[in-house]
Write a protein that binds this ligand. Structure first.
Ligand code: H2B
Length: 104
């Protein structure tokens, strides 16, 4: 099973990511993304879903029209692991490609 990251490792990893925040209560990193419309948001989600399946590591997320809220944690390990960091990096790449913006 993947090992959970300690505070220093988590802080270092977050510094390399775009717009992710640590949610201590959920033991997850979270990011909210806005897209031009539902089509752009769902296209992004489809790409992430395929990458998540390949990695067998899945986001906790929700979508309302052009807004996607994402939380990443490793349920099996009970906290944040490198699997979450790798998925966050992939998400950041797909988000940039899909022309996302930060929430207002
Ligand atoms: C059996 C299967 O490998 C596990 O349930 C995987 C699937 N996707 C997963 N995704 C996440 N985020 N955490 C997990 O612990 C996890 N476990």
């Amino acid at each position: 099973m993947a090992k959970t990251l300690d505070d220093d490792a988590r802080t270092a990893a977050l510094a390399e990511l775009d717009g992710w925040a640590w949610d201590a209560g959920r033991k997850a990193i979270t990011r909210t993304l806005l897209f031009a419309d539902f089509n752009a948001a769902f296209g992004f989600m489809t790409r992430v879903a395929l990458a998540a399946e390949r990695a067998d590591h899945h986001p906790d997320w929700s979508n309302v029209w052009n807004r996607v809220e994402i939380a990443l944690t490793t349920h099996d390990a009970g906290g944040l692991t490198n699997k979450d960091i790798a998925l966050a990096e992939a998400i950041d790449g797909y988000a940039r490609l899909a022309g996302c913006r930060a929430p207002d």
